[in-house]
Design a protein around this ligand. Structure first.
Ligand code: CTP
Length: 402
């Protein structure tokens, strides 16, 4: 039970879809309002058969939206865009199999599905449906797909359903829904005022203007951590080697190529940092002599002299004052010993190590698995999972240190 106004000042768009649990939207609005939130309800055409919009309008103190082409007093405002922008979060309760499956497919054919498509804010679904529908493999696959894409789900509970069946699929308790929203904002804003630096991706060590030595790091792990911290309200500087992935929104991007460039940028930004996630795969060696022009082939053997690059993380560890340093190690043998040696040698607070020979924990994939060690000697193992989920778990552990 939420005890005080945990949703003060929050704007919540409540999507109500057509199931018998739609009548609970009235209670949800009333509780959200009591917690200090402003609520605007959007109903689907089917939801109108279960509860009258006047009830939701009266309880929310706002107009209820249900027709994409309706013209309001502010005719210049386009409802689906203005609602999508107004929301701090969208809550779809109850969410039918239909809306979940439509969103999964990117269908925007009425006001509610259009607002969901148009928003860049978090969307949380509270499903309510018959047990067989809920466990239909297609619906389950859609839920799992949307979860991977960052949509949230508030699990339904077990009980007597409207159809007389007993089983899962009952809308979560209103207390649980409101509590879930409060926790959502708590997580989302838990890093306000914290300065984070993330390094990601590979570095390139040039031989000449067109050739370089590098590694297959995709940057996905570092980008996922940068996104996670930015989503939680941190100010994030992302120093990135060349990657083929879209950088997250709301982070300051610093593009670099070589380890030396990454070193210089990292040291420049370091004094203002609270936490550093050093996930880049930095080249340990650069070419002694970088040719100004393209090297032409000859019949002779080509010898390259490689010289040590600076160890960026070790230098950050040496200059450490208030900062929390999180190192990353990709190992192929003696996984734990190697990680612990790096933790100590580089004066780190944490090190996350993964075994790159293990399926699902390699360089380029969307998943990862590994062990997070703390300098106090604690050890946490993480099973194979999406890099985005893993980023959240690593950030959770590190934040406990602050
Ligand atoms: N690192 C760094 N600068 C380097 C090399 C590594 O900042 N020149 C950082 C990486 O970003 C990572 C950690 O150090 O957070 C461990 O990197 P890793 O390549 O696993 O270890 P190395 O210290 O380079 O040791 P080795 O390659 O011998 O395993």
């Amino acid at each position: 039970m939420v005890k005080y106004k945990e949703l003060e000042g929050k704007n919540i768009v409540l999507g109500v879809t057509g199931g018998i649990a739609a009548f609970k939207a009235a209670d949800i609005i009333s509780r959200l309002k009591k917690q200090g939130a402003s609520v605007k309800a959007v109903m689907t055409k089917n939801a109108l058969n279960f509860i009258h919009p006047l009830t939701l309008e009266t309880l929310s103190g706002n107009p209820v939206y249900h027709d994409t082409f309706e013209h309001r007093a502010n005719a210049w405002e386009i409802d689906h865009i203005s609602l999508a922008k107004w929301a701090d979060v969208m809550l779809i309760a109850p969410a039918t199999a239909n809306i979940i499956s439509k969103v999964r497919c990117g269908i925007a054919d009425d006001l509610l599905s259009t607002v969901i498509m148009a928003t860049i804010k978090d969307v949380l679904f509270a499903p309510a449906m018959n047990t067989n529908m809920l466990y239909n493999p297609i619906v389950q696959e859609n839920i799992s797909y949307l979860s991977q894409k960052g949509y949230g789900f508030i699990s339904s509970k077990s009980g007597m359903l409207a159809c007389g069946d007993f089983g899962d699929g009952k809308l979560a308790d209103v207390d649980d829904i409101v509590g879930h929203l409060a926790r959502h904002f708590e997580n989302r804003e838990g890093m306000n005022g914290i300065n984070v630096m993330v390094t990601a991706g590979p570095t390139r060590e040039y031989l000449d203007p067109v050739r370089f030595i590098s590694n297959p790091s995709s940057g996905k792990m570092g980008y996922a951590i940068a996104k996670e911290c930015a989503d939680r309200g941190a100010k994030v500087d992302l120093i990135t080697g060349p990657t083929n992935i879209e950088p997250p929104e709301n982070v300051n991007i610093y593009k670099v190529n070589t380890a030396k460039e990454m070193y210089e940028r990292a040291l420049e930004l370091y004094p203002n940092c609270d936490i550093v996630f050093k996930s880049a795969a930095v080249g340990d060696y650069g070419v002694e002599r970088v040719e100004e022009n393209k090297i032409k082939k000859s019949d002779e053997t080509l010898e390259l002299v490689l010289v040590r690059n600076p160890d960026i993380l070790k230098e950050l560890g040496r200059q450490k004052r208030k900062q929390i340093l999180v190192g990353f190690a990709a190992e192929t043998e003696n996984i734990e010993q190697n990680a612990l040696k790096k933790l100590k040698d580089k004066n780190l607070d944490f090190i996350f190590v993964n075994d790159i020979k293990r399926a699902g924990a390699g360089f380029e994939g969307d998943t990862n698995a590994g062990i997070l060690f703390t300098k106090e000697g604690d050890k946490m193992e993480f099973a194979i999972q999406e890099k985005s989920g893993l980023a959240g778990s690593i950030v959770d552990v590190v934040l406990k240190q602050i």
